[in-house]
Design a protein around this ligand. Structure first.
Ligand code: AGP
Length: 609
C-alpha cells in the first residue's frame, strides 16, 4: 500500500528519497512522486510518474531534484485512477506539498467548501483537500505547524502525513492517525518513513509516532506534540533486524529467500522462549500469567494468511487446552454485533501490525468486556502491539514478498507456544513432548526444503491451468486454504480449498482432467477418510497432486503425482506441510512469469479498509 519517505539534511536528499521509495516497493503501488525544495532556486520542484519507481528514477536523471528538504511517495490508488495527476505529492499554490497514506473520509464535503472558496483541484484524490486546507490556514497568518494542526481537526479518517512549505527550508512536519509513520534519527539530519525499512540505508534509530502525534523536524531537532499542543516524549529505538534483512541477496525473489529462511526463523521464534522443556510465560509480557489463569475461551481475529494461522490454532486450542476457540476475519468481526463471553481472551494475529481491519476489530473489541488482548505480531513498534495488553513477536524479520510465507510459519509456532501456556492450566501434561517436537521442526523444515527440485517439476503441470482445488482435513484444512491463497495470489490461477469431506457436497462436480486437485495428506486420524476422498477424485478423471508421508497408501497411477515428506508428529504437520505449498505456488508463478514479489492489485500491508 502507499509509502512515505521524507528527509531534512545538510546534503542532497533526493537519492535518499529515491532509495527509500525503492525499499517500499514491496508494499504494492501504482505511481510514485517526489517534491524537493530546490537548494539553488528556492522553488518547490516536483516530479511524478505512473508505474514503477524505476520510471521516476529515469525521469529524475533528466530532471534532477537537488535539495536538502523533500518528501516522496508511492501511491496505491484508492480515490482516482493511477494517473500522474493523482500521484503524490500534492501541492497548493506551489508552496505547500503533502504526501499522505490513508483515507480522508470527509473529503467530498471539504472539497466542496474549498472549491467554494476558490481553490482549484488538479486531482481526484482525497489527499488534495489536506494540501489546500493547510495552505488556507498559512495564508490566514498561522505558522505551518498551527496550520497543520488546525487542518487535522477538520479531517475524518486515517492518515500519515508529511508536509513541507517552500518558505520554511528548515522544517519537515509529520503526523499520524491510523496509518504508521516513523522518524529516522540521524546526526544533523533526520528522516521520516511509513516503514523503517525505507531508511535502513541512513539510520537504524527510530522514533515510532503514536496516534495523534504531530512532529516538527529540523536537521538538529525533533519535537513531538499531541494535536492539542502538549509536548510528548517518544523514545528512540534501535531497529533490531540486520541491515541485510531487506536485501534479497542471491535469491531471484524475496519470496524464495523468505521461504528458505524458515528454518532460521523457527529457531529465532523459539530462542529465549523455552526453558527446560517448558514455555516461558513472561515472553508474553508482564501480567501474562495472571491473565492466562482466567482464560475460559479464546476469540482470534485476523486477515488473510494470519487468519489461516488462526484457524489452525483453533484446532490446537480446542484439542490441547479443551476450551472453545472462535476465529473470524477482522473485516467481518468489526462490523457485526458480537457476543463476548466472560473470560474470553482476544487474540489478534498480524505480520505487519498495521492491517486496518484487524486494528479496527481490536478497537471495537476493546469496547466490550474481553478479559484481555494479546497480539501476535512481527513488528515490534506497530499499532497492534502498542494497543494490546500483551504481545509476543513472531521474530520472522522483515517480510518483503507480498505473499506471506515465513510470517505464516512463525505465527504457527507462536500460536503453539500460546496453546501450551493455556493448556498447562487445564491439566495438559505433554508440554515437554510438544516442546521437543517444536525443536525438531528446524531440521524437518530443512528436509522439506530439500524437496525443492521435485516441487519445481510438479509446478509444470499447473502452468496452463485456470483453476485448482486444494483438499485437506482437520488442522490441514486451513493449510490447504493457505496453499490455495498462495497460488491465486502470485500465479493468478483461481484456487479454492475445501475440507475434503465436503467434496461430494458440491465441488466434486468441478473435477475433470483440467482441474488439478492438490491434496495434503499427512498421517493423522483422518488419513483413511481423506484417502477415500482422493479415490472419489480419481474415479472422476481428476489428476491428483499429493503431499503425504510414508504412511499414505495410495495406488500409483498416471493420474497421481506424489511428493513424499518426512514423517512428522501430527501436531506439527500444519507447519511442515505449508512449506511445499509455498514452493509450489512460487514455481508456478515463476513459470507463468508473473511479478512474484509484487503481484498485481495487492499490497503488503493493507492499511486502508
Ligand atoms: C498473504 O499472503 C497476504 N498477502 C495477506 O492475506 C495478508 O496475510 C493479510 O493482508 C494480513 O496481513 P497482516 O498479517 O499484516 O495483518
Amino acid at each position: 500500500m502507499c509509502g512515505i519517505v521524507g528527509a531534512i539534511a545538510g546534503r542532497n536528499i533526493s537519492a535518499i528519497l529515491l532509495e527509500g521509495l525503492k525499499r517500499l516497493e514491496y508494499r504494492g503501488y501504482d505511481s510514485a512522486g517526489m517534491a524537493v525544495l530546490n537548494s539553488q532556486t528556492g522553488q518547490l520542484d516536483h516530479l511524478k510518474r505512473v508505474g514503477k519507481v524505476a520510471q521516476l528514477d529515469a525521469a529524475l536523471t533528466g530532471s534532477p531534484l537537488p535539495g536538502y528538504l523533500g518528501i516522496a511517495h508511492t501511491r496505491w490508488a484508492t480515490h482516482g485512477k493511477p494517473e500522474q495527476r493523482n500521484a503524490h505529492p500534492h501541492l497548493s499554490a506551489d508552496r505547500i506539498a503533502v504526501v499522505h497514506n490513508g483515507i480522508i473520509e470527509n473529503h467530498t464535503a471539504l472539497k466542496a467548501e474549498l472549491v467554494a472558496d476558490g481553490y482549484q483541484f488538479l486531482s481526484d484524490t482525497d489527499t488534495e483537500v489536506v494540501t489546500h486546507l493547510i495552505y488556507r490556514e498559512v495564508m490566514a497568518g498561522k505558522s505551518l505547524e498551527v496550520a497543520l494542526k488546525e487542518s487535522l481537526k477538520r479531517l475524518d479518517g486515517a492518515y500519515a502525513l508529511a508536509v513541507i512549505d517552500q518558505q520554511q527550508p528548515d522544517l519537515l512536519l509529520a503526523t499520524r492517525m491510523g496509518s504508521p509513520l516513523v522518524i529516522g534519527v540521524g546526526v544533523e539530519e533526520n528522516f521520516i518513513a511509513s516503514d523503517p525499512l525505507a531508511l535502513l540505508q541512513v539510520t537504524d534509530r527510530f522514533i515510532y509516532l503514536e496516534e495523534g502525534d504531530v512532529a516538527a523536524i529540523t536537521r538538529s531537532d525533533i519535537k513531538v506534540e499531541s494535536l492539542a499542543g502538549e509536548p510528548v516524549t517518544r523514545e528512540v529505538q534501535r531497529f533490531e533486524h540486520g541491515h541485510d534483512a531487506a536485501d534479497k541477496g542471491l535469491y531471484r525473489h524475496y519470496m524464495l529467500k523468505e521461504i528458505y529462511e524458515q528454518p532460521d526463523v523457527i529457531a529465532r521464534v523459539l530462542e529465549g522462549r523455552i526453558h527446560q522443556g517448558h514455555v516461558l510465560e513472561q515472553v508474553f509480557g508482564s501480567g501474562a500469567s495472571e491473565l492466562f489463569d482466567q482464560v475460559k475461551m479464546v476469540q482470534i481475529v485476523a486477515c488473510g494468511t494470519s487468519y489461516n494461522a488462526g484457524v489452525v490454532a483453533r484446532y490446537w486450542i480446542e484439542k490441547l487446552v479443551g476450551i472453545p476457540c472462535m476465529v473470524e476475519v477482522a473485516s467481518e468481526f468489526r462490523y457485526r454485533k458480537t457476543v463476548c463471553m466472560p473470560g474470553t481472551l482476544f487474540i489478534t494475529i498480524s505480520q505487519s501490525g498495521e492491517t486496518a481491519d484487524t486494528l479496527s476489530a481490536l478497537r471495537e473489541a476493546k469496547e466490550q468486556s474481553y478479559l484481555g488482548f494479546l497480539s501476535i505480531c512481527n513488528v515490534a513498534g506497530s499499532s497492534l502491539v502498542r494497543e494490546s495488553d500483551l504481545a509476543i513477536m513472531t521474530n520472522a524479520g522483515p517480510e518483503i514478498g507480498v505473499a506471506s510465507t515465513k510470517a505464516f510459519t512463525s505465527q504457527l509456532v507462536v500460536l503453539m507456544l500460546t496453546t501450551l501456556v493455556l493448556a498447562r492450566r487445564y491439566g495438559f501434561d505433554d508440554e515437554q513432548e510438544i516442546v521437543a517436537q517444536l525443536e525438531q521442526l528446524i531440521g524437518l523444515t530443512e528436509q522439506v526444503l530439500a524437496l525443492d527440485p521435485q516441487i519445481q517439476k510438479m509446478a509444470e503441470h499447473f502452468v496452463d491451468k485456470h483453476h485448482a482445488l486444494f483438499l485437506g482435513r482437520g488442522t490441514i484444512y486451513p493449510v490447504a486454504v493457505e496453499g490455495a491463497l498462495k497460488l491465486k495470489e502470485i500465479s493468478y490461477i483461481h484456487a479454492e480449498a475445501y475440507p475434503a469431506g465436503e467434496l461430494k457436497h458440491g465441488p466434486l462436480a468441478l473435477v475433470d482432467e483440467d482441474m488439478p486437485v492438490v491434496a495434503i495428506a499427512p498421517n493423522n486420524s483422518l488419513l483413511e477418510k481423506l484417502q477415500a476422498n482422493l479415490e472419489e477424485v480419481r474415479a472422476r478423471g481428476g489428476k491428483l497432486f499429493l503431499f503425504a508421508d510414508s504412511k499414505a497408501q495410495v495406488k500409483p497411477g498416471n493420474d497421481l503425482e506424489l511428493i513424499t515428506l518426512p514423517d512428522v508428529p501430527t501436531v506439527m504437520a500444519p507447519i511442515i506441510y505449508s512449506i511445499p505449498l509455498q514452493l509450489l505456488a512460487y514455481y508456478v508463478a515463476c513459470l507463468k512469469g508473473t511479478d512474484v514479489d509484487q503481484p498485481r492489485n495487492l499490497a503488503k500491508s493493507v492499511t486502508v479498509e
